[in-house]
Design a binder for this molecule. Structure first.
Ligand SMILES: Cc1cc2nc3c(=O)[nH]c(=O)nc-3n(C[C@H](O)[C@H](O)[C@H](O)COP(=O)(O)O)c2cc1C
Length: 456
């Protein structure tokens, strides 16, 4: 007969912050022999995700540009800073909250936009949005998401992890500036209407990076209609697709070169047809396979995605398209940070896209202090690229970041255990940040500055 054994409780867990609660939950489960399904250790997390994912999906998520020297440099930059331990300062109550875009947020963490999360889990952005909402962490929804922003809005008010039914989670929308201004304007209108709090314009992907792993696997998810849900759900994009399909009907000159018929090609064709339902309005696979629209959608996307012709002058147009705050993502050079201020943006997001664009690029942490000094608090600074754990977030905050964005780790959690997995990763980062704050002798994020660090 199964016996019920009461593990010792932790009376202080509830009142001593997210770190004590998390440790308590993990160690209590350990008494019954249960270890965390989502590893806490960052390397073990990546290995577990690798096992959970197809070779193509793991390559797309983990990979970087060229020889992936920027990916490594982003991590190595953190090793150049050390945190001073400062005991005997009564840190029994600690406050992780920050002001960001005029709102008090419970933590300084936000989720970076990651496209094509259906590679990690079928619930993709819906699961991530719920996980973020359950922990009060704003979610930056990607322009390359797998679900339309309106569906993500609906999901983020229904976190299955939040006991109290959290309010609709805070969301930002990330735009890839497409070659069609009508489409850009339409996406921003929808972002505003669906309750996003700000627009993040990503600037560093005007050309797709030279992604060695993806090239060697000959794998780009967008060519299989993955990660284009914001487009296929958009009325302006739908019109572009219809025009394209009409123009190419019967025109041999416009036909794409034939693809060799293999089982993989057939599977890709079926997927493209299934995704095409958003355009055909039909749930019949036969009809979607026959319709020219699903294939035209992929082709239209590949044509309009991003534009290398974009300049600083173009950015002014975004002000006409939306009244939401504008944040520029992909700033690395301090001169560009100042240029962004001159352009009147509401925030800058320091990022090298997690080393996915330029091999041997400047690691973001190395430029954070200079940019923070030059920006001098005039606008908030979001920081990403290489953040893996709470102590990394602490270092970035100490060097001048207002908020810190988490990227690949939450995708790994999502791959391993869906919504709960993504939430566990976010929780673990917050728990370690809370502990680092206390052990550094500080009680609030507002007190975290350069004095907390020593240069190694
Ligand atoms: C799989 C994947 C997809 C991404 N998709 C987008 C995207 O759609 N839009 C965007 O602005 N950045 C995108 N990024 C970049 C992230 O927002 C962020 O800058 C990067 O992940 C930070 O690096 P890290 O994950 O190594 O910390 C993507 C990154 C990864 C790993």
């Amino acid at each position: 007969m199964a016996q019920s054994i009461d593990a010792p409780g932790d009376p202080a867990a509830a009142s001593r912050g997210i770190s004590r609660r998390t440790q308590s939950d993990i160690y209590r489960a350990g008494i019954s022999g249960t270890r965390p399904r989502v590893p806490v250790d960052v390397d073990a997390l990546e290995s577990a995700a690798r096992k959970a994912l197809s070779a193509e999906a793991f390559a797309y998520i983990a990979g970087g540009a060229g020889a992936e020297r920027t990916v490594a440099a982003n991590r190595a930059a953190f090793a150049r800073w050390q945190v001073w331990p400062r005991p005997l300062r009564d840190v029994s109550s600690r406050d992780l909250s920050i002001d960001f875009l005029g709102v008090r947020r419970p933590t300084p963490l936000i989720l970076a936009p990651l496209g094509v999360m259906e590679l990690a889990h079928a619930d993709a952005d819906l699961a991530v949005a719920r996980a973020a909402a359950s922990l009060g962490v704003p979610y930056t929804l990607s322009n390359q998401a797998s679900f339309a922003m309106e569906e993500v809005r609906d999901a983020s008010s229904r976190s299955s992890l939040s006991a109290s039914g959290a309010p609709a989670g805070s969301r930002l929308f990330q735009l890839y500036w497409s070659a069609s201004d009508e489409l850009n304007a339409s996406l921003l209108r929808r972002a505003e209407a669906s309750g996003c709090e700000a627009i993040v314009v990503t600037l560093d992907t005007h050309l797709l990076g030279w992604r060695t792993r993806d090239l060697d696997l000959a794998y780009l998810p967008f060519t299989r209609a993955m990660g284009i849900a914001q487009y296929t759900s958009d009325p302006v994009f739908q019109q572009l697709v219809r025009e394209r399909a009409r123009a190419s009907t019967g025109s041999a000159a416009d036909a794409a070169p034939p693809v060799r018929v293999t089982p993989r090609a057939v599977a890709a064709g079926v997927r493209i047809a299934r995704k095409g339902a958003a355009l055909t309005g039909s749930s019949s696979m036969r009809e979607n396979l026959r319709s020219p629209l699903p294939r035209a959608a992929v082709e239209t996307f590949l044509e309009v995605f991003s534009t290398p012709a974009l300049t600083w002058d173009d950015l002014a147009k975004a002000r006409q398209w939306t009244s939401l705050p504008l944040i520029l993502k992909g700033i690395v050079h301090p001169d560009d940070a100042i240029r962004a201020l001159d352009a009147g943006v509401d925030g800058i997001w320091i990022s090298n896209h997690g080393g996915r664009q330029i091999d041997q690029s400047v690691p973001t942490l190395d430029v954070l202090p200079t940019i923070a000094e030059r920006v001098a608090g005039r606008v908030p600074i979001v920081f990403d690229s290489g953040v893996r754990q709470g102590s990394d977030a602490f270092i970035a905050l100490a060097l001048g970041a207002t908020a810190v964005a988490l990227g690949r780790p939450y995708a790994y959690g999502l791959a391993i255990a869906g919504e709960a997995g993504a939430a566990e990763v976010i929780r673990n980062v917050l728990a370690e940040l809370d502990i680092t704050l206390g052990l550094a002798g500080l009680t609030s994020i507002a007190d975290v500055d350069r004095h907390a660090l020593r240069e190694a």
